[in-house]
Design a protein around this ligand. Structure first.
Ligand code: PLP
Length: 363
């Protein structure tokens, strides 16, 4: 009785669009080879771990963190080649930056636009903020941009912001640079180029910052090998970033993250070694997948490979691989263009071999 009353109360007050969605699902990976979430499989070498632990032991966790995280910003500027005339905004993961941008731009009649299949947080955060979301389908053959369709959607929807992941998740491809420039030029509002996978490609829009009034570039340390720290950054003109900074929670980057990320970036070569190895192993994995009958891997500039499997088998293959202790991501069912698709994160050579063995025996 009490429960029904409470349910009615909750249903009355929680917005219908929030009640309609399910919470972001993270699979239980205990005991499994984890190739589902684009994590870097390598950890820090022992001597660096020791130095890091020493650094952490000296921190004052009774004090609030530097609200501007100035030391970390300086480190990011120097290690990530942020153009000197651009501002930086930090987020608790780039997810939080997406949230800040959409909160600042949300309002009656406002629209967030992206392409699909794409990164699900753009849609989710638009929903959280109560703004309309429009996802324009990519081309079915190769997941390239349907530029005319995006231009038309921009015309019809007048979006406040367009999010484009470069390379795209979950498809792994880079969109054509010329197409993106056309979209940036035609966009009525802000364009966010999301370079979460920057460590795995040579392409970037970072040095185009300043050429367009409506361009900002977002990145994260997650895929590089620091997913546990939760640090994303946005580079762009101060005119935009100063406004987004107003909706940022004052101490969003905690003491441990500020110090740890600064330390990690001061050893950037170690991460470069790791991501270079992952790029090499991506090709090895791609070639091996290509040789399997009925398996179609899509070329990737990220640290994962989208793979199409024989019709109707994605679910059984996913489960059979899990039985063999390999956790990947099943995308079949999440979007019509992803029918029969699985996504494999590139792990260590041993993990990739185990993944291939599991897939082969499952087939
Ligand atoms: C993983 C991912 C992010 C989110 O990264 P965090 O910094 O860990 O929040 C953002 N964009 C894309 C396209 C991603 O794949």
């Amino acid at each position: 009785m009490k429960d029904t009353a409470m349910k009615a109360l909750v249903d009355h007050w929680v917005r219908p669009e929030i009640r309609a969605i399910s919470a972001y699902h993270v699979a239980d990976a205990r005991g499994l080879i984890k190739l589902d979430a684009m994590e870097n499989p390598y950890s820090l070498p022992d001597e660096l771990r020791q130095a890091w632990a020493g650094l952490l032991s000296g921190l004052d966790i009774n004090r609030y963190p530097d609200p501007q995280a100035n030391a970390l910003k300086e480190r990011l500027r120097s290690t990530m080649a942020i153009p000197a005339d651009m501002s930086l905004l930090l987020g608790n993961g780039s997810d939080e930056i997406i949230q800040m941008i959409v909160m600042a731009l949300a309002g009656p009649g406002r629209t967030v636009l992206s392409v699909e299949p794409g990164f699900v947080m753009y849609r989710m955060i638009a929903t959280f903020c109560g703004v309309k979301y429009v996802g324009v389908p990519l081309r079915a053959e190769d997941f390239s941009l349907d530029t005319e369709a995006v231009l038309q959607a921009m015309e019809e929807q007048n979006p406040a912001v367009i999010f484009l992941a470069y390379p795209n998740n979950p498809t792994g491809n880079l969109f054509d640079e010329g197409d993106l420039l056309r979209l940036i030029e035609a966009a009525p509002g802000l364009v966010v180029i999301d370079e979460a996978y920057a460590p795995f490609t040579d392409a970037s829009f970072l040095n185009r910052l300043g050429q367009y009034d409506n361009l900002v570039v977002m990145r994260t340390l997650s895929k590089m090998g620091l997913a546990g720290l939760r640090l994303g950054y946005l580079a762009g003109p101060a005119a935009w970033l100063d406004e987004f900074d107003k909706v940022r929670m004052p101490y969003n980057i905690n003491v441990l993250t500020q110090a740890s990320a600064d330390f990690a970036l001061s050893h950037r070569q170690e991460f470069d070694r790791q991501t270079t190895a992952i790029r090499f192993d991506r090709q090895v994995l791609f070639d091996a997948l290509s040789e399997r009958d009925g398996i179609t891997p899509y070329p990737s500039q990220a640290n994962f490979i989208l793979t199409r499997v024989p019709k109707g088998q994605a679910g059984t293959l996913f489960e059979a691989m899990k039985q063999q202790a390999v956790l990947i991501k099943k995308l079949d069912g999440s979007h019509p263009l992803l029918a029969d698709c699985l996504r494999l994160t590139v792990g260590t050579p041993e993990e990739n071999a185990a993944c291939l063995r599991a897939l082969t025996s499952a087939l």
